[in-house]
Design a protein around this ligand. Structure first.
Ligand code: AMP
Ligand code: MG
Length: 444
């Protein structure tokens, strides 16, 4: 049987990719697959969403749909960069007659000649004839004249020439750029309103489990509050998704079936949490087999081995395990890049860096994403400190962490000082950032 072995472009785990993507090899959806393979199977179904037109004000943090070329020069006229006097640079006159006043926002009829100067403010149109601006600090006034106390004046001094910031016809922003404060300022400056951006994925989030109650409720015996839904809502907000619905479903096949079918019809992406393990009440797994095309169910990773990915037409369904850390790590590793790809982001992945771990690391039988705090010392070395016990139920292991250390599967402990890969999932900390309270290390 012919197989096509491809090299995965995504190597966050820094291992040679052995995935067989697009092959004709039959696979069982229940087989444990490498995270690279899981990613390849997901991305096979991920497409950029269509574009839409939004008001400039609503374009912040969205993704620009098309390349943007400048249709105007910026500045559109030669502009003073200092308050002072517009002059002719090589005019030998020691003092010059003030023939006009030019402020920003208008253009006066001023023609400069030898022996003359015009008072000018920052941002104002430099009058005809002038080719330099002398700062007010190096001048003094005598009657109707200005005396310049500066030996040499360079032509062009303190003038922003036409198009120096943006030249008409030049590329301003590339499609896939995120519209942040600087980008939206450029768009406003060029008069782009409305703006063509990529649609945000419409996402539904469904927590499942009879044991779950709302945060405002007091849990009864055997119950806990639903935390995944709220963690996922925050993670979705950060990733640019548009959450159109969120709710909670019981461990009841009929009710879950109804909810899922409805959400699939409405959404680009449906995320469920819980109910994908091996128990009799893990109902999402059999339900997906019935109503969707399942692409994989288990990934060789820790936390988050049970992770179902399925599709119904263009709708992607990600069914995460119920344990809160497993759900969030699964989101980070697979969902966030997929959601960013749908939005057309130029960069879809978190930065991957090498870190020195300052503690012993015990590997497991799977690739493990250990939660850590990475700090940069003054000269660029990155050191990772664990956030303590790495249990998949312990959300505190993610609190304050800015990195997932990628620990390859193995049997031998890695000594303190080992160099490992890490995904930077939050801002880098400085070396002098206060450390978290000491927590027991390597407790599993
Ligand atoms: P499950 O994947 O449904 O077997 O759940 C695994 C563990 O995660 C169980 O201890 C559940 O109680 C817990 N769990 C499931 N869903 C949630 C949720 N939405 N919030 C917090 N814990 C959950
Ligand atoms: Mg459950």
């Amino acid at each position: 049987m012919a197989t096509m072995v491809t090299t995965c472009s995504w190597r966050v785990w820094c291992v040679p990719c052995k995935s067989r993507v697009g092959s004709s090899v039959a696979f069982s959806t229940d087989s444990l697959i490498h995270p690279d393979e899981a990613r390849a199977r997901i991305f096979h179904h991920v497409a950029r969403l269509p574009s839409e037109r939004v008001a400039l004000r609503a374009a912040a943090w969205r993704v620009l749909a098309d390349d943007l070329m400048a249709e105007e020069n910026h500045p559109p006229f030669p502009a003073a960069t200092m308050d002072g006097y517009a002059v002719i640079a090589d005019d030998p006159s020691p003092w010059r007659e003030i023939v006009g006043r030019q402020t920003a926002g208008s253009v006066e009829e001023i023609d400069l000649d030898l022996g003359t100067a015009a008072w000018i403010t920052t941002g104002a149109h430099v009058p005809r004839g002038a080719n330099a601006v002398v700062p007010v600090e190096v001048t003094s006034l005598a009657d109707e004249h200005v005396v310049i106390h500066q030996e040499r004046i360079d032509p062009g001094a303190n003038i922003r020439p036409i198009g120096i910031d943006l030249m008409r016809g030049s590329l301003v922003l590339r499609s896939g750029s995120m519209i942040g404060p600087a980008e939206i300022g450029l768009l406003a400056g060029l008069g782009i309103d409305p703006v063509m951006v990529v649609q945000r994925p419409r996402v539904s989030v469904l927590s499942t489990g009879d044991e779950l109650v709302e945060p405002t409720e007091t849990p009864g015996p055997g119950q806990i509050r639903d935390s995944n839904r709220f963690s996922l809502l925050a993670a979705l907000q950060e990733s640019g998704a548009d959450v159109i619905w969120d709710g909670h479903g019981p461990d009841d096949a009929m009710a879950l079936r109804r909810a899922l079918l409805e959400r699939i019809a409405e959404s680009d992406v449906v995320i469920t949490s819980g109910g994908v393990s091996m128990g009799d009440l893990d109902l999402i797994k059999p339900l997906l087999a019935e109503i969707a095309e399942v692409h994989f169910r288990r990934v060789l990773m820790k936390p988050g081995k049970p992770f179902n990915f399925a599709t119904v037409a263009d709708t992607l369904i990600f069914s995460l395990p119920g344990n809160p850390v497993s759900a969030l790590v699964g989101f980070e590793v697979f969902l966030r890049p997929a959601l960013r790809q749908m939005q057309g982001f130029r960069e879809i992945d978190r930065p991957r860096v090498h870190v020195l771990v300052d503690h012993e690391v015990r590997p497991s039988d799977r690739i493990e994403f250990q939660r850590a705090i990475v700090r940069a010392d003054g000269v660029g070395a990155l050191t990772a400190t664990t956030t303590g016990a790495q249990a998949s139920s312990r959300l505190a292991s993610l609190v304050g962490s800015n990195a997932l250390i990628v620990v390859p599967a193995g049997t031998e402990p890695l000594p303190s000082g080992s160099r490992l890969d890490a995904l930077l999932v939050g801002p880098l900390r400085g070396a002098d950032h206060p450390r978290s309270p000491e927590v027991p290390r390597n407790a599993q």
